[in-house]
Ligand binder design. Structure first.
Ligand SMILES: [Ca+2]
Ligand SMILES: [Ca+2]
Length: 392
């Protein structure tokens, strides 16, 4: 069975030469502790990981790694997992390859009738994508298969659908007339090629709800593959430290990625990586409408705080559940969240309310700090001045 569309990536991985890759410092990499891990293919927002490992005879088996415990899945590979813990992948028998959906207590075959099928990605809505007959993509929604096909005519450009998000945007890979793979994005019925600039081969493997696309590419003239994360035109190269080659196969809504790399001894190692970018400074307005921002530390009321949208930052990308406010920026959680244009500049801001008593503010404090993250994992930080009142 062909595990990924990409015989090319599998073979590319074997083209290790003594090529030192630079570390990407915007991620923290963790090697996945599954013996003989062959590839980590997907992760949900809880950080549960699915993939496959090899046995002594070279056979492939799926795995689920959840809360540090790995479990074998009786299949060739597990390719995707959603936030409900539903897993898709591929198994094979005498009749060929079959897609599957594994839910608590049930194992369902997902086959395009009469065709060799592989299930590769699942959204939180339960939509499944994959491929059949090795050359055609599919989308499976509500018990119905739809063809996902790049190019003008069916079969013109061999296509595999690899990943899907909750907005039913689909990514995958098609092969051109010269047998070179290109990534694609299918969004609202429109197919767009997704190629890393200057690459000879690009595989688009996964897309999250923020539109971040993760995959693998090879640049013209370079021997080894690298991973990438692409958001619109913003490309991040993914190279695991000291690796000779890196493939990325999955990305979740926290921007965390999974994949496989070749270490200095040419062993395959699976990895999980979390974005570690420096906090971005954002504009914070404590008590919108007030310039002095008086706060009574003994109040049992609430403090309103706005994160302002500017030309450089959209406050609506902030995940309010991650925001904290206090003297160090780690204290209070918001108790109310609203989108509102607090400074009347036509740009909607994020207005949060915090219980004054949760902030840990003391008499004499002169500022409060706010920290948090965007939905795509970018850390943010900001502060505003205050004066304490009612302290005598
Ligand atoms: Ca203010
Ligand atoms: Ca505004």
């Amino acid at each position: 069975m062909r595990r990924h569309l990409v015989p090319l990536v599998v073979s590319l991985s074997l083209l290790f030469s003594a090529f030192a890759a630079a570390q990407d410092s915007s991620y923290t990499f963790t090697t996945i502790d599954v013996p003989h891990c062959y590839s980590a293919n997907g992760s949900n927002d809880d950080g549960d990981i699915v993939g496959d490992y090899t046995d002594a005879a070279g056979g492939h088996h799926g795995f689920l790694l959840a809360a540090g415990v790995s479990t074998t899945i009786d299949a060739d590979t597990a390719s995707g997992i959603n936030n409900d813990g539903h897993i898709v992948g591929t198994y094979s028998d005498a009749g060929g390859a079959h897609g599957f959906l594994l839910q608590p207590g049930s194992f369902t075959t997902i086959d395009v009738p009469g065709r060799s099928t592989s299930a590769r990605g699942i959204s939180n809505r339960g939509d499944i994508v994959g491929s059949f007959s090795l050359a055609h993509g599919f989308l499976y929604v509500g018990g119905i298969f739809f063809t996902v096909q790049f190019g003008d005519t069916f079969g013109d450009k061999p296509t595999v659908a690899q990943g899907i998000n909750d907005g039913q945007q689909i990514v995958g890979t098609y092969t051109d007339d010269r047998d070179r793979p290109h990534g694609f994005l299918l969004s609202a019925g429109i197919y767009t090629t997704v190629d890393v600039p200057g690459s000879r081969q690009t595989v688009a493997a996964a897309i999250n709800n923020h539109g971040q696309i993760a995959g693998t590419y090879r640049i013209n003239g370079e021997p080894n593959v690298r991973g990438f994360v692409l958001l619109e035109n913003d490309l991040t190269r993914i190279d695991v430290l000291d690796s000779l080659a890196t493939e990325v196969w999955g990305i979740n809504n926290r921007g965390q990625i999974v994949g496989v790399y070749a270490d200095a001894d040419l062993h395959r190692r699976c990895f999980f990586a979390t974005p570690t970018s420096e906090p971005m400074t954002v504009a914070v307005d404590i008590k919108p409408g007030s310039d002095t921002n008086p706060i009574n530390p003994r109040s049992n009321g609430k403090v309103p705080v706005a994160i302002l949208t500017t030309d450089a930052f959209d406050a609506n990308t902030v995940d309010a559940a991650t925001v904290r406010l206090g003297p160090t920026g780690a204290e209070a959680v918001p108790v109310r969240v609203a989108i509102e244009d607090v400074n009347h500049d036509g740009l909607s801001d994020l207005l949060l309310h915090f219980n004054t008593q949760d902030t840990g503010i003391e008499c004499g404090a002169t500022s409060l700090s706010l920290t948090g993250q965007t939905f795509s994992g970018q850390k943010i930080r900001g502060a505003d001045s205050i004066v304490t009142v009612g302290c005598r």
